[in-house]
Design a protein around this ligand. Structure first.
Ligand SMILES: [Zn+2]
Length: 289
């Protein structure tokens, strides 16, 4: 599914221009996207295909301003096997690199990549293979900001974790000195903060941008799509769903009450918007026009 042409693609947040870049649509198992929610309920929001997949967006956020170029997350890339690409229903015509190219931003210009976590649908474009098969960093001049707990989880070889990570996406970054491991909150650019949350994955972090009195919040997997506005609708990928719900409740209340703009990592149609509070537990999505 392609975002509607009317979807807002770019916002000004103080000194930063925030731009929504789409990597390929991604066919995720429908049940996994909605955890304990019965299909009879979630299919009213999004009908799965004949393989029970729902197609989500792989949304990356570009921040440009104050002489800086930052990228939040890096899609799924193009290094998966043909079989995996078919399983996920990837579209080779839609990619983060094409989106950057269309904006006239060469990968060499990106100075910082903020990784909300290292799952394979977020870290894929951190490295690419050249025609000769050599693995190279996609953003050779960027420091790549990753929580140390995420780095450890991505190397833990735990049976519950290992299917979510692909080491060739990120191990090269350490070898090339492009990795910046952080333990807790960080501010990699003025007004751009990475806040440790864990919960979805051991080192998951969310991003807040505050500049010139304007505010943008990227909750990443704490609120992946507008289908997940109900507090209990969380993904079965979440390692600590109770904590995801607690964090989600706190961040959604803050975002609604303080008027933050949001950027959603997996909504296929509407990445930028705001929350309006309908009741203590219920929110509505106001897409950015
Ligand atoms: Zn994830």
């Amino acid at each position: 599914m392609q975002p509607p042409l009317t979807a807002c693609r770019s916002l000004r947040i103080g000194v930063y221009e925030a731009t929504w870049l789409s990597d390929t649509p991604f066919g995720s198992d429908g049940g996994a996207m909605f955890g304990i929610v019965p299909r009879a309920l979630w299919q009213k929001k999004i009908m799965p295909d004949e393989r029970n997949r729902v197609f989500v967006g792989l949304n990356c956020l570009l921040l440009r301003g104050a002489g800086r170029t930052l990228l939040v997350d890096a899609g799924i890339g193009n290094k998966l096997s043909e079989k995996q690409k078919a399983i996920y229903g990837l579209d080779p015509d839609v990619s983060l690199l094409k989106a950057l190219d269309a904006l006239g931003v060469p990968p060499e210009q990106v100075d910082t990549v903020l990784m909300t976590h290292l799952h394979l649908d977020h870290a894929g474009w951190l490295t690419v293979r050249t025609e000769s098969g050599e693995l190279v960093p996609t953003f050779p001049n960027a420091r790549h900001v990753v929580q140390v707990k995420e780095w450890e989880a991505a190397h833990a070889d735990h049976p519950l974790l290992s299917g979510s990570y692909v080491r060739e996406d990120y191990d090269l970054l350490a070898a090339r000195n492009l990795l910046e491991l952080v333990d807790g909150d960080a501010e990699p650019a003025p007004g751009v903060r990475a806040l440790f949350t864990g919960a979805h994955s051991p080192g998951h972090q969310v991003i807040k941008v505050e500049s010139g009195g304007e505010r943008l919040f990227c909750p990443s997997e704490l609120l992946p799509t507008t289908w997940h506005l109900r507090l209990a609708w969380v993904m079965s990928y979440d390692l600590d769903p109770l904590r995801v719900v607690d964090l989600k409740r706190a961040y959604m209340a803050e975002a609604a009450d303080e008027g933050w703009r949001l950027f959603l990592s997996h909504d296929p149609a509407s990445a930028f918007g705001r929350l309006s509070r309908e009741s203590e537990k219920e929110y509505a999505w106001l897409a950015q026009s």
